[in-house]
Design a protein around this ligand. Structure first.
Ligand code: SAH
Ligand code: SF4
Length: 410
């Protein structure tokens, strides 16, 4: 059972006119200062104003310059004339019986606002001790992992840093995470999810972020990096880097920079322990095979027993779930501080795969556990609203790349 709210409200619909103003969400601190200097502020004033704006945007979640009470009225108007504090439109918000929420967010292309907007899915998963937001990095995916629904959708485009952050900001707004925020009325179906993690006394709904929505984050590296550095900035949203996990299918050359420049936790979509099988399941393996991938993991900056790599392994019946596979998995990861996350396959319409039986998953987990690895089996969440891992896919067929190219005259 699920509840779906259609929130495509008039205010959003009325914004059809092309926004000539630039959004400030997603600009790094230096860019924000530069942008303010471009409208005539001197160095010192730009620095001060950008700190104020940062606080309003990321701590207070303000989207209206008028509410920025420590900025004089005249300058608030100048800012409003030139800039936006953009958030996505909410096309739908679905709430699962287990409290999981899934949003379909709509974004306009900032480079070319005349193009049709794009849509992505973002999922919130409340648990007893945490609340995790699963964020998308691309609309569709260039990769074609054979068990993944997103993989059946062509890449439409990369999301900008502002759009990646926009998902976090909008989810925080909807979950009442900004000061003075109220939880939305969901008819009392769902108990208020409250994470107790994060810094001492953190009672925010979103305590963790995982880049495990639509798309391959390391094929949109610069924007993902910028968004995650802003999300972890202590004077802003202030999510601990230990509570941000980036999942990759194995874009080997970007793994070292991820650790060095972003410093977040790493998850690898492994799913197979032999190259011939992984070539089929995760075709990027043909480019960067297991040997190179595992070496990149061994070299991941900051790796330690306290900062382990998560290896994701989807349980596919009679494909990758034998005792021999489990033993080979243990051998492959020997010496790497690792957690192994067994994900029951989530089916989607048209797939040829089945999920392994519970008994098979248990047996597989036992072998991995006995070798000393924590190997939690991920409980599928939000299945009734199609929000589980690998089920995300926007339905905006008209937005396929070919259509967009036709529209832009390419
Ligand atoms: N593109 C990135 C992140 C998004 S996918 C990546 O591949 O890592 C997040 C996780 O869900 C990945 O481990 C992915 O392999 C897994 N997944 C994809 N489809 C799935 C499905 N149908 N059932 C279970 N897990 C799936
Ligand atoms: Fe893309 Fe990840 Fe799905 Fe593979 S599993 S198709 S990389 S989203």
């Amino acid at each position: 059972m699920s509840v779906a709210l259609n929130l495509d409200h008039a205010a959003n619909a009325g914004r059809a006119a092309v926004p000539a103003r630039r959004s400030l969400v997603g600009l790094g601190r230096p860019e924000l200062r530069q942008t303010l200097m471009s409208i005539g502020l001197d160095d010192r004033e730009a620095k001060m104003r950008s700190s104020q704006l940062w606080n309003w945007m990321y701590v207070n979640g303000v989207t209206d310059f008028e509410r920025m009470t420590n900025i004089q009225k005249g300058f608030r108007q100048t800012l409003a004339d030139k800039f936006l504090l953009d958030r996505p439109d909410i096309v739908t918000e679905q709430i699962s019986i287990d409290g999981t929420r899934k949003w379909l967010f709509r974004f306009r292309d900032p480079q070319n606002p005349n193009l049709p907007p794009v849509e992505v899915e973002t999922v919130y998963i409340p648990e007893e001790d945490r609340g995790t937001l699963c964020v998308s990095s691309q609309v569709g995916c260039t990769l074609t992992c054979s068990f993944c629904h997103t993989g059946t959708q062509k890449l439409v485009r990369n999301l900008t840093a502002g759009e990646i952050l926009g998902q976090i900001l909008m989810a925080r707004e909807r979950l009442g995470d900004f000061p003075g925020g109220q939880r939305p009325d969901d008819g009392g179906l769902v108990p208020a999810p409250r994470g107790s993690g994060g810094s001492e006394g953190d009672s925010r709904a979103i305590t963790n972020v995982v880049m495990m929505g639509m798309g391959e984050p390391l094929y949109n590296y610069d924007n993902v990096k910028q968004a995650l550095l802003i999300a972890s900035d202590e004077a802003g949203i202030s999510l601990s880097k230990r509570r941000i996990t980036l999942s990759t299918s194995g874009v080997v050359p970007q793994i070292e920079p991820t650790g060095r420049e972003i410093g977040v936790m790493l998850a690898i979509s492994l799913h197979a322990v032999r190259d011939d099988l992984r070539d089929m399941l995760v075709p990027i393996n043909k480019k960067w095979p297991l040997k190179e991938l595992i070496q990149a993991c061994r070299d991941y900056p900051g790796l330690s027993n306290a900062r382990r790599i998560t290896f994701e392994y989807v349980m596919l019946k009679d494909i990758n779930d034998s005792d021999a596979d489990a033993r080979e998995l243990v051998r492959l990861l020997a010496g790497i501080p690792a957690k192994i996350n067994l994900i029951p396959f989530n089916p989607w319409p048209g797939t040829n795969y089945d999920c392994s039986s519970s008994a098979r998953i248990e047996r597989f987990a036992d072998i991995v556990n006995n070798a000393g690895y924590a190997s939690p089996v991920r409980t599928p969440r939000g299945r009734d609203i199609f929000a589980a891992c690998g089920q995300l896919k926007s339905e905006t067929e008209r937005l396929k790349k070919v259509d967009r190219e036709a529209l832009s005259g390419a």
